[in-house]
Design a protein around this ligand. Structure first.
Ligand code: GAP
Length: 460
């Protein structure tokens, strides 16, 4: 591509530093990524709303997962099940009986804790008083509702705590209608609900959240553990392709004592958040546990019938279950940096906050501005350029003080900004500023589309 480069870099980065969670939450609110749910009534713990930029950010994360897990594969089919399911689903899955955390209350300050988050039961970590904590007692995490007009025990139903069960109970419907045989997978993205005892760390632990779950069914041919390992590697590659810093991601292999009794292997994908390591995704070899449980309770045949051998079997399940809200939070936290920069000409020091999103993840990919908002010909040209980009890119027109425009676009993570100036009117070239290097290239308008396509395409 022929570029006439005007590569003078007017600023020089001195240092960049990690941003704390409170500052990220403040930025997320200020710029329209994430708001507290029902804020005007004081909020409600564990529920969040995604603003104009956050809604797109979250959708981009989901699309990046979907592209990798469904679109680019011929062995995974998509699925979308209801949130409220027959209550026996949760009996079979074990959620009614054992999906509980142990809860502790402080009799003095009335604060509530998850027992496994406390170092000891001797004194309250919040008010510091000794001997005020209750004994731990189990608390079921499923959110209950009633279906139909009667609010009695026969009408009790649950908001699903995971999307996976919708896949398991439909296993036969799906493999027969999609004409799939193991090894093959079923993928679903959707809302899940858990009545967490202590929601917190921004959106990390919420009561309403979305999961991106892949359930991959394999035959009993001795390849199941290799398949599990392959999925761990595939998920590792996905995080790295979308720019998540590898030094902040680890793949923690659960020991036999740590994993559920039915799981033969489990790897938690963890990210180093500002408060420490936290789970993003759980990849598990679940054997035949889930389908067996539904076969037993429903009395229905969910086995796979293999035409070739004329035999039936319950396939082995490999699960990769990621949180969409947590992955979105990781994209935000990982992208966010504060830089101290020096203007090479004046020597003046300034700070900028920048979100270094991957171009596929960035809510806005291209900002377009006129050099001056009171010059009708510049404004008109900038608006035309932006309108022409819009069908192909997530673009945005803005106008105002140039320094402030760049600052705002850096803060929302826009990878490229196009400036329309007098030279544009004279020779048709425009400047394209790169968010990360702050370097500006002069690109001719007929090459602009190819220039941007090259730099924003999905990773391979
Ligand atoms: N079907 C398996 C399953 O649900 P999980 O480890 O309980 O496994 C999978 O959940 C992922 O769902 C977690 O790794 C996390 O990303 C997300 N998740 C779970 N609870 C969450 C919560 N309270 N808030 C936000 N995300 C949550």
């Amino acid at each position: 591509m022929q570029l006439s480069a005007n590569a003078s870099r007017v600023t020089q980065e001195v240092a960049s530093s990690r941003v704390g969670l409170d500052e990220i939450a403040a930025l997320a609110k200020r710029r329209g990524f994430i708001f507290q749910s029902s804020e005007i009534y004081g909020g409600i713990g564990g529920f969040w709303d995604y603003g104009p930029l956050g809604a797109v950010l979250k959708r981009n994360v989901r699309d990046a997962w979907w592209r990798e897990i469904v679109t680019l594969r011929d062995d995974v089919v998509p699925f979308d099940s209801s949130i409220v399911m027959h209550p026996l689903t949760w009996k079979a899955s074990g959620h009614i009986d054992v999906f509980a955390d142990r809860m502790v209350d402080c009799r003095n300050c009335k604060h509530r804790f998850r027992a496994d988050h406390l170092a000891s039961l001797e004194k309250c970590p919040d008010c510091g008083m000794a001997g005020t904590l209750t004994q731990p007692r189990p608390f079921n995490l499923m959110l209950k509702t009633f279906v139909g007009p009667m609010e009695d025990s026969s009408a009790v139903a649950y908001l699903r705590p995971e999307t996976a069960q919708g896949i398991f109970v439909n296993f036969k419907n799906i493999y027969q209608s999609a004409r799939k045989k193991p090894p093959f997978g079923i993928a679903q993205v959707g809302k899940s609900f858990r009545n967490e005892i202590t929601p917190g760390n921004f959106t990390f632990r919420s009561r309403e959240f979305e999961q991106m779950e892949l359930e991959y069914f394999v035959p009993h041919d001795g390849q199941d553990m290799a398949c599990f390992r392959a999925w761990v590697e595939a998920r590792k590659a996905w995080y790295s392709k979308y720019g998540v810093r590898p030094e902040r991601v680890r793949f923690y292999e659960l020991s036999p004592e740590e994993r559920p009794h039915y799981a033969q292997a489990c790897v938690d994908v963890e990210y180093e958040f500002p408060w420490g390591w936290g789970e993003l995704e759980s990849i598990a070899h679940r054997g035949t546990y889930d389908l067996d449980a539904h076969i037993k309770l429903s009395g229905k045949d969910l086995t796979f019938f293999d035409e070739a051998s004329k035999s039936k079997y319950v396939p082995i399940l490999i699960e990769a279950s990621a949180g969409l809200d947590r992955t979105t939070l990781v994209m935000l936290v990982d992208a966010c940096e504060q830089e101290t920069i020096i203007d090479e000409e004046s020597g003046k020091e300034s700070k900028r906050t920048v979100l270094r999103f991957h171009p596929q993840i960035a809510p806005v990919q291209i900002g377009v501005f006129p050099l001056a908002r009171n010059k009708a010909d510049l404004v008109e040209r900038a608006q035309t350029v932006e309108r022409e980009l819009r069908p192909y890119f997530r673009s945005q027109y803005d106008e105002g003080n140039v320094g402030q425009l760049y600052r705002r676009q850096d803060e929302i993570g826009t990878p490229f900004c196009i400036m329309i100036d007098y030279q544009t009117l004279a020779d048709g070239t425009l400047t394209v500023r790169d968010r990360d290097s702050m370097k500006q290239d002069r690109v001719s308008q007929d090459q602009l589309h190819a220039f941007l396509t090259e730099r924003t395409r999905p990773p391979t």
